[in-house]
Design a protein around this ligand. Sequence first.
Ligand code: HEM
Length: 411
Amino acid sequence: MSSADPQGLQAVPEELQSREAWLEPFDWYARMRETAPVRYDPERRTWDVFRYDDVKRVLDDDDVFSVDPREATDFVEPEGPGEGLILDTMLFEDPPRHDELRGVVDEWFQPRTLADREPHFRELASELLDDAVGADGRLDVVEDLAYPFPVTVIAELLGVPASDRDRFKTWSNTLVEAASDDESADAFADRQQQIQMEMAQYFLEMIEDRREDPRDDLLSVIVTAESGAGGRLSREEALGMCILLLVAGNITTTNLIANAVRCFAEADGDLFDELRGDDRALTSAVEEVLRYRSPVQAMSRVATEDVTMRGETIEAGDRIIAWLGSANRDERQFEAADAFRPDRSPNQHVGFGHGTHYCLGAPLARLEAKVGLSELLDRVENVRLADVPLQPTRSSFIYGVESLPVRYDER
Ligand code: HEM
């Protein structure tokens, strides 16, 4: 396992390696839930868990299933400068340190805090769409809205220039990328390390700047926690936090918005018409997108002790991939799980995970999806997917498409 792949998530199971399979992995998941719900894959040297109850158990039981990749028997200590920063974040720490790290920025992601910013977020989405929607009746949902909108929002919250967003895109994409056959493992690891060093350098400068000149942004909050009385964060943790916040909310939310347009366009009837002007219905439909085409399909853990699941013995130090995307299609939990039902209720999906590491940015992602999609619906009707083959996001755990060209009529 490469140290540039601390989660062991970058290897794609053989069954999902083709473009078609990764665009629609759901039949494979269904087969696995029935025939091998907990299985060991010797190629990737990891366990895979596919059923809803089992996925939830893995996510919920922090004592037995750690997020810390350093618990894995095949973990390789990072060597390069900057390479281990992502390990110093809440995502890879178990309680109690996890809770202290999350506590530094938690307040900023609460729905009531974000509500104050909604009008501004709406302006941002509106500006992007004013530029993109026109008489030619074409836009690329990813390029014109789903990518630039979340990255601008998180850049503003952090306090970094949104004009650097092309750079952020390269960073985010590289960090979630799957290893491919076209590149040697060493070259892939080098590229990953290079990107982490670039990010560290970028944020070091930003941190220095905020120390001199604090503002009303997350960077200043992080800097205060690093240097303030009690010094709650080390320098590495402060840098890791910046990197995590920039990366975690970008490609995920991009895919939520693009997957939503894909789901609405594929649905029976004119869902765009039904959802226009109805925030409650839109909010519920976004939850169903999170279940039906989950932007994050998989998350990883390491067993801290020997544990038996469905008759299989997982040994301490083994890695486990919890397939959220499969849990979200489990018929044992969801009636007609393979049907997209925008008004599904209840809808206890695990698209944002569950338990201690439940997504910090969930309220932000939900708000961005609601605002971005409602602004789009206000401007366009009769939306159809363009007749071009979809390309899946190049990642083994992030699920969506590289671009989503659509045709529409202007309203
Ligand atoms: C954690 C999904 C958006 C920040 C997670 C986890 C999932 C997830 C599944 C759990 C990880 C685990 O259990 O190991 C998503 C999806 C998003 C999204 C589907 C968009 C649709 C965001 C945004 C941000 C964010 C906008 C912030 C800017 C985080 C952080 C964690 C996290 C910091 C770690 C939380 C912890 O360890 O306590 N996310 N996320 N996410 N997410 Fe998100």
